[in-house]
Design a protein around this ligand. Structure first.
Ligand SMILES: NC(=O)c1ccc[n+]([C@@H]2O[C@H](COP(=O)([O-])OP(=O)(O)OC[C@H]3O[C@@H](n4cnc5c(N)ncnc54)[C@H](OP(=O)(O)O)[C@@H]3O)[C@@H](O)[C@H]2O)c1
Length: 353
């Protein structure tokens, strides 16, 4: 049965640069629907590290004042604009982080489009989204699970399979860092294609999750500061084929130590950065150690669709890992604090009524 269109939406806005204290909840008229837009009743959303950075005013890419935050969401289509061809009322959909990045390479103008930064995002009960920035929700996932795919999920997919001619393949060694959203997806995707995984983490409890997901070796980076050399040793001294570098300056030296000649380092974030930043490897090291360094920004809509099909076909292995602590929309500030604490495992999610 078609859902009725609400008159108003509850939404959060980023009203300053003081982190969670800058978040304000209000009730607003339901957004006007443009000809190429889709009105989505959001049922689930998830948090990403960038949401913390945006709320502090420290995001290095385009943002707009008072933006509705939220990089990831899933819900049901309530209505479509008159030029929309891809969706109809009742469809279950997931948002993509960049509605203009359909396929192919990133171009400078595309950096002006990011959900929850330069375009209103998903921390609200309903929103109007560009039809090109939505994909069908994979069958078999809850809305909250599906709401993890548009940022962390597709970034992990792109990291492992997006370098033309050099996808992660069966038998390869992958090194992942920590148990955040992107890294946990990487472990799951890698095991599904038959690769071998060495994962680092900070605690025995989190190590359990990684083992449950199939990681072949887990290294506690607090107990083993030279974990790069340890990872190399675990591959028989050869080194890992892929490193997915999410932590930045504090981990890059060890990531370089771990990699094999002609391996690939995918660089995408700096979740571990802080005042204690260590000495960073320089670009010459790609020559001295003969590896390829690839920076990425999210993934394309076509990659999201590929990932969705893979998840549907391997639901038990690829069901997104949602932290047991799921927050209500009204509890967004607590959710931001929980993500910032690093206590979570996998994705911190929001259930939207
Ligand atoms: N370029 C892109 O398109 C893109 C897309 C998504 C995310 N990112 C970036 O990728 C990074 C990770 O994002 P996320 O959403 O996965 O973050 P997240 O869920 O917030 O990840 C947090 C986890 O990272 C681990 N961590 C923290 N400091 C670490 C360190 N020094 N060494 C190793 N692990 C550490 C911790 O896990 P343990 O306690 O288990 O170590 C922590 O729980 C962020 O910088 C984010 O901005 C980039």
């Amino acid at each position: 049965m078609a859902q009725s269109i609400p008159q108003t939406v509850k939404q959060w806005n980023v009203t300053g640069q003081n982190g969670p204290d800058s978040l304000q909840l209000s009730e607003q008229p339901v957004p006007q629907l443009g000809d190429s837009q889709v009105l989505v009743k959001l049922h689930g959303a998830s948090l990403n590290f960038r949401d913390l950075v945006i709320a502090k005013g420290a995001y290095p890419w385009a943002t707009i004042p008072n933006v509705v935050p939220g990089s990831d969401g899933a819900g049901t289509v309530l209505a479509v604009g008159r030029h929309v061809t891809r969706f109809a009322a009742g469809n279950k959909v997931v948002t993509a982080l960049n509605p203009k990045l359909i396929g192919g390479s990133f171009t400078p103008p595309l950096s002006a489009f990011g959900l929850g930064a330069s375009i209103d995002g998903t921390f609200r009960t309903a929103g109007a989204f560009d039809e090109q920035g939505l994909v069908r929700a994979p069958e078999g996932l809850s809305f909250v699970e599906a709401a993890t795919l548009g940022c962390a999920g597709v970034t992990a997919w792109n990291a492992l399979f997006g370098l033309p001619g050099r996808p992660l393949a069966a038998g390869h060694w992958l090194l992942t860092l920590g148990t955040g959203g992107v890294s946990v997806f990487c472990v799951q995707f890698a095991k599904a294609v038959g690769a071998r995984v060495i994962a680092t983490t900070s605690s025995a409890e989190k190590a359990e999750l990684l083992r449950r997901l199939g990681a072949d070796h887990v290294i506690n980076y607090r107990e083993t500061p030279e974990w790069g050399a340890k990872a190399k040793e675990l591959t028989g001294g050869v080194g890992v084929d892929f490193v997915v570098e999410v932590a930045g300056p504090v981990t890059m030296r060890q990531s370089v130590e771990s990699i094999k000649l002609d391996g690939v380092m995918v660089v995408m974030g700096a979740v571990g950065s802080g005042p204690e930043n260590k000495e960073m490897p320089g670009l010459l090291e790609t020559w001295m150690n003969l590896f390829t360094a690839r920076g990425i920004w999210t993934g394309t809509r076509l990659q999201m669709e590929d990932m969705g099909r893979a998840i549907e076909a391997n639901l038990e292995k690829l069901r997104p890992v949602v932290d047991p602590k799921v927050f209500k929309l009204e509890e967004l500030k607590e959710a931001y604090e929980y993500l910032a604490s690093g206590k979570h495992q996998g994705k911190v999610c929001i259930q939207i009524p």
